[in-house]
Design a binder for this molecule. Structure first.
Ligand code: DGL
Length: 261
């Protein structure tokens, strides 16, 4: 039994989409969320910078005494997960990867689209996953231009967000795809709008949140670090940005708890 918290890290608000799935699946586990905020968005930055931010974040979470870290950010995972695992080799570190595998296995049209940040789409890790599972599937790579910024501003239900989603997703309707993979943890916040744009077109929208939560559950059991049954979970929020940003993270998370009731 181990009642220490699980650490979850993202460039900003995006990892809350993973946080939510962790909370749903593992209600006894305390969660310490670190949303960088100061350096967000990561998507267009050089790998070295992202790797540095990721190390600073994990250092901070380790100083807070977490037992496992979820890098709730596809971009930071592609830039740094190997490095993080080398440096903190005693602690399980879970990364986020776009759900390319299930999308490829289930695609009937053999054409899928992956929406992600510029950095993730050109990373070695993405290229390796895509070539492993997608040899006979055409993978269209699409950057969700402006999506991260909209979510960071809390504007994911605005007319502006709908316009951005139509601009990015609209052209995909002509492409005979039947899956859209959300390869950035900010994008699930725009899922209702994405689903509205693809409605009636036989296109499924897939993200990795639930699968990651299941993987964390498996690792907790394997490392024998599961929290006690009935343990009262504590939810903490940290940021490298200012107190206002941290409060916004916390409010967003609390509103997710309300929605899940
Ligand atoms: N949420 C992040 C991801 O999953 C990164 C967004 C960003 O900072 O560009 O890729």
């Amino acid at each position: 039994m181990d009642n220490r918290a699980i650490g979850v890290y993202d460039s900003g608000f995006g990892g809350l989409s993973v946080w939510r799935e962790l909370r749903r699946l593992l209600p006894d586990e305390s969660l310490t969320y670190l949303g960088d905020g100061k350096n967000c968005p990561y998507g267009g930055r050089p790998k070295e910078d992202i790797a540095r931010f990721a190390q600073e974040a994990v250092e901070r979470l380790v100083a807070e005494g977490v037992k496992l870290v979820v890098v709730g950010c596809n971009t930071a995972t592609t830039a740094a997960v190997e490095l993080l695992r080398e440096r903190w080799s005693q602690m399980p570190i879970v990364g986020l990867e776009p759900a390319v595998k299930p999308a490829c296995l289930e695609s009937k049209t053999r054409r899928i689209a992956v929406l992600a940040t510029e950095h993730s789409l050109r990373s070695d890790m993405f290229l390796a996953t895509a070539s492993r599972y997608a040899s006979d599937v055409e993978v269209l790579k699409v950057v969700g231009d402006g999506f991260v910024e909209l979510v960071e501003r809390g504007a994911e239900r605005s007319a502006e967000a709908m316009e951005a989603v139509r601009r990015v997703v609209g052209p995909l309707l002509e492409q005979r795809i039947d899956k859209i993979v959300l390869g950035c943890t900010h994008y699930p916040f725009l899922r209702p709008l994405i689903e509205e744009v693809v409605a009636g077109q036989g296109i499924d929208v897939i993200d990795s949140g639930e699968a990651v939560a299941r993987r964390v559950k498996w690792l907790l059991e394997r490392y024998d670090i599961v929290a006690e049954v009935g343990h009262r979970a504590d939810y903490r929020f940290l940021s490298f940005a200012d107190e206002h940003y941290r409060q916004r993270l916390m409010c967003r998370a609390l509103s997710m708890i309300e929605c899940d009731k």
